[in-house]
Write a protein that binds this ligand. Structure first.
Ligand code: AMP
Ligand code: MG
Length: 524
């Protein structure tokens, strides 16, 4: 028996207003934070992979994860007695435009449970239709579920704030998808991910109430969020909501700095995909920066404007916070203090970003000269196709005693075409290494100490886009070995793990323009 059953709490549904209708028919839901809805029963559920680390942290034993009950509960096949599943109501701005009511169209929260004084929401993704499914089927396919399961755990182990993924299942159902939106529909394997977070409340939950001038429920939701997730805020009235907004802005900023540090591109930073906890949420057409190119986005839907490109993530976060500010405005009714927080966002971001880049370079001193080193480096990295992960990891091998030529040899593995570099940018690199090595000589730090520190912020292994795709291709043929292997590697992304050295490599040529490796759609 799952011990978790005795720890179930239903805070969200007990304290916030429910939709009075209990059917999953698509509709506008007013004056409610959620709708009760049961998951659809999967045809033939089976377990593909459990994150034992997540299970343990939630008080679920290894034994329990192997049980029939675990399989049934976390695929939606059985609903625990003291729980009543639901879908959340939210709205959002998508690609810069107001999109109205959205809501959990393919996510159903089962319950909340308390373990070690921590309350966690358990949510199924791909468990059937809800009132918010609009034209969708409420289901998810294997490829996108593998991507969410692996990436959330990879991000967690990299130290990036994120939702977690407890387990990945096949539903046994077939799901129809048009991967490239070009009229070629095909059946794919259906899958379910059980993901967890303190809550799945998004900026969009607040936007929904404000768009309907429902200040009563806006206040209820905001008070609820502060009480449970920002208990350090003790003030009352407007001040309380301002402090809340500032705290969300801070957490969001910290998350974005981490994304830029590891080269993660979310791909769909709509306000409905922005967590109120500042954690990475809704893994869709995300991607990892291989070539350091600030203009890159993995999302084909965004190809034209590239709104959600790597280099634009901080600006988009600020824009999304502006939408949250608008949503909270009825509780504050003063523009100036909100503007102040928003205007501070890029200033604080710049300071954090500069500090983060110093850490990546192993520089302790921070001044105009080191800022220039950072600026010139990012400029150089953009000149030719250069692998971000390999560059920074190998940079830690550079020593104060190295000649600039030697230093270059140590990082040259990061270039996709060494000929191109030798033709065009070799001199610029020589100049940069002169500055960098001179700076290292000025710093009171042993090479070995610097290397150790750099290796704690520059991962050796990330979930490269082609790696996830290879695991997906195998899993489609019922072979989960690679999926298991990638999960294992990504548990310790900062460690050398010589047995996995083959994954410390540039994207292979075949993956450059392959669907799933470099370009992804929202068709998950
Ligand atoms: P996303 O871009 O994945 O964050 O989704 C945006 C909105 O579309 C959310 O309201 C989702 O719940 C909804 N949605 C996405 N895919 C589906 C689907 N297959 N069935 C129903 N709703 C979906
Ligand atoms: Mg979403």
């Amino acid at each position: 028996m799952l011990k978790l059953k005795e720890k179930i709490k239903n805070l969200f549904t007990n304290e916030l207003p429910a939709d009075l209708i209990e059917s999953n028919q698509t509709r506008q839901v007013i004056e409610a934070a959620f709708s009760y809805v049961n998951p659809v029963k999967p045809k033939k559920p089976s377990l593909i992979h459990v994150s034992n680390e997540v299970a343990k942290s939630l008080g679920i034993s290894l034994e329990e994860t192997k049980s029939k009950e675990f399989l049934n509960v976390f695929t939606g096949n059985t609903v625990l007695e003291n729980s009543k599943p639901y879908a959340m109501a939210y709205a959002g701005h998508q690609f810069g435009n107001w999109a109205g009511q959205l809501g959990d169209g393919r996510a159903i929260t089962l319950f909340e449970a308390i373990h070690n004084n921590k309350c966690t929401m358990f949510q199924l993704k791909g468990a059937g239709k809800t009132p918010y499914s609009r034209r969708g089927d409420g289901l998810a396919v294997l490829r996108s579920s593998i991507r969410e399961h692996l990436c959330s755990e990879a991000m967690y182990n990299l130290g990036v704030p994120t939702t977690r993924s407890l387990a990945l299942f096949l539903s046994g159902d077939e799901v129809l998808r048009d991967v490239l939106y070009n009229g070629n529909e095909a059946y794919e394997k259906g899958a379910i991910v059980c993901r967890t977070a303190p809550s799945f409340i998004r900026f969009g939950n607040f936007e929904l109430f404000t768009s309907r001038e429902d200040v009563k429920n806006l206040q209820l939701l905001t008070d609820y969020t502060i009480k449970h997730y920002y208990p350090e805020i003790q003030s009352e009235g407007k001040e309380k909501y301002l402090e809340f907004f500032e705290a969300v802005a801070d957490k969001t900023r910290e998350m974005i700095v981490h994304w830029q540090r590891v080269g993660f591109v979310h791909g769909v930073m709509n306000t409905d995909n922005m967590s109120i906890h500042g954690i990475t949420i809704d893994y869709g057409p995300y991607g990892w920066l291989e070539d350091y190119n600030p203009n890159w986005t993995p999302n084909t839907t965004d190809n034209e404007h590239k709104r959600y490109r790597f280099g634009n993530q901080p600006q988009v976060a600020q824009w999304n916070l502006l939408q949250l500010a608008n949503a909270l405005f009825p509780l504050i009714e003063e523009v100036k203090p909100l503007e102040k927080i928003l205007n501070n966002f890029p200033i604080k971001y710049e300071a954090d970003y500069i500090q983060m880049m110093h850490n990546k370079l192993g520089l302790k001193i921070s001044n105009e000269a080191t800022k220039n080193i950072i600026y010139l480096l990012t400029e150089n990295l953009e000149l030719t196709e250069t692998d971000m992960t390999i560059f920074f990891r190998n940079l830690s091998h550079v020593s104060k005693e190295d000649s600039v030529e030697n230093a270059f040899e140590k990082i040259k593995e990061a270039f996709y075409s060494i000929d191109e570099v030798k033709d065009a940018t070799y001199d610029t690199w020589m100049y940069w290494f002169t500055l960098y090595i001179d700076q290292l000589k000025l710093e009171n730090q042993l090479d070995s100490e610097r290397k150790k520190a750099m290796n704690l912020v520059n991962p050796k292994y990330v979930l490269r886009n082609y790696m996830a795709q290879l695991a997906i291709d195998d899993a489609d043929k019922n072979d989960y070995n690679l999926l298991n292997e990638l999960y294992e590697i990504l548990l310790k992304p900062y460690e050398e793990q010589p047995q996995f050295e083959k994954w410390f490599a540039k994207r292979p040529e075949w993956a450059k323009n392959k669907v799933g490796c470099s370009a992804l759609s929202c068709s998950s």
